[in-house]
Design a protein around this ligand. Structure first.
Ligand code: NAP
Ligand code: GCO
Length: 267
């Protein structure tokens, strides 16, 4: 196989969770571009229909399904439907996620549990449903969408950071437990990316100036810019392809250098 062909995904079946838009949509679109058949889920039919239309606009015949990633029964049924429609899943991206930005002392336990449920327990549930098929097929790829908060804390995101830190360790554990079955499980740790999830952090102020957090991130990023979903797709295709068959348990940070940088020094 040529080195370029080792990055292809021809004939592979990929499931990307929560991929009607945002990072998941970009990754699934890139997988299709590399030859994969695409399945995605989202939380309601309206979102799934929006996603199907968006994929169609890009010439991608993605299969969309309504399924809540926290609901084990729905996920087991989802995997069966995908196997019937497209075949056994070769590539799983645990992308669906939420964030709650609330000071810890003001955070309700119910909100904490919701974030942990979607951002950490759901990747466990979906991976558990998909791995048996991968084992039968002789191998597979799992990519967990981690975060800067897999490594760093910050005010107001206690539940999210705990979940994404846990997701880094779940990634390493799946790698450890199923590496012998030719399953590689890795993470992608996006930096600060322009999506609906971070829109509140980038809103222009009344006087037209940048949001204080926006300016903060620019000062913390050597690349001096927010990331875009396009920055994530090459690393995702790499981790989904044969080119990464000996990469396992790794979290690939795609952050423009944030984790390497103390921050812009005072002039
Ligand atoms: P997003 O725009 O909020 O999209 C998240 C997707 O997940 C949405 O389609 C959402 O549906 C779906 N979802 C939420 N809960 C779900 C559930 N229970 N079942 C099924 N689908 C569900 O987020 P994003 O910015 O694309 O982020 C995607 C992933 O990257 C997340 O795991 C996030 O933590 C991670 N991440 C994002 C950034 C960033 O800067 N944007 C950086 C690092 C990591 P709804 O529309 O109904 O919410
Ligand atoms: C926040 C942001 C971050 C990003 C991402 C960074 O409020 O700090 O939403 O958490 O979403 O996870 O990698």
């Amino acid at each position: 196989m040529s080195i370029i062909d080792s990055f292809r995904l021809d004939g592979k079946v990929a499931l990307v969770t929560g991929a009607s838009y945002g990072i998941g949509f970009a990754i699934a679109s890139a997988f299709a571009d590399a030859g994969a058949k695409i399945a995605f889920n989202d939380i309601n039919q309206e979102l799934v229909d929006k996603g199907i239309a968006a994929y169609k606009e890009k010439g991608i015949a993605a299969k969309g399904y309504v399924a809540d990633v926290t609901n084990e029964e729905q996920i087991v049924a989802l995997v069966k439907k995908i196997e019937a429609d497209l075949g056994v899943i070769d590539i799983l991206v645990n992308n669906a996620g939420i964030i709650r930005r609330t000071p810890m002392l003001e955070m309700e336990a119910a909100d904490w549990r919701k974030v942990i449920d979607i951002d950490l327990t759901a990747p466990f549930i979906v991976s558990k449903a998909v791995i048996p098929g991968m084992i039968k097929k002789g191998g597979g790829k799992i990519i967990n969408i981690c975060s800067m908060m897999s490594e760093l804390g910050r005010e107001t995101v206690s539940a999210y950071a705990a979940a994404k830190g846990g997701l880094k360790m779940l990634t390493r554990n799946i790698a450890s437990e199923y590496g012998s079955r030719n399953i590689q499980c890795n993470g992608i740790g996006p930096g600060y990316i322009e999506t609906p999830q971070t829109a509140p952090l980038r809103e222009r102020q009344a006087d037209g100036s940048r949001h204080p957090f926006d300016a903060f991130i620019i000062a913390k990023t050597p690349a001096e810019r927010w990331g875009t979903t396009a920055d994530l797709v090459g690393p995702a295709v790499f981790l989904a392809s044969e080119a990464s068959s000996f990469v396992n348990g790794h979290v690939l940070y795609v952050d423009g250098g944030i984790l390497a940088y103390i921050g812009k020094q005072p002039e």
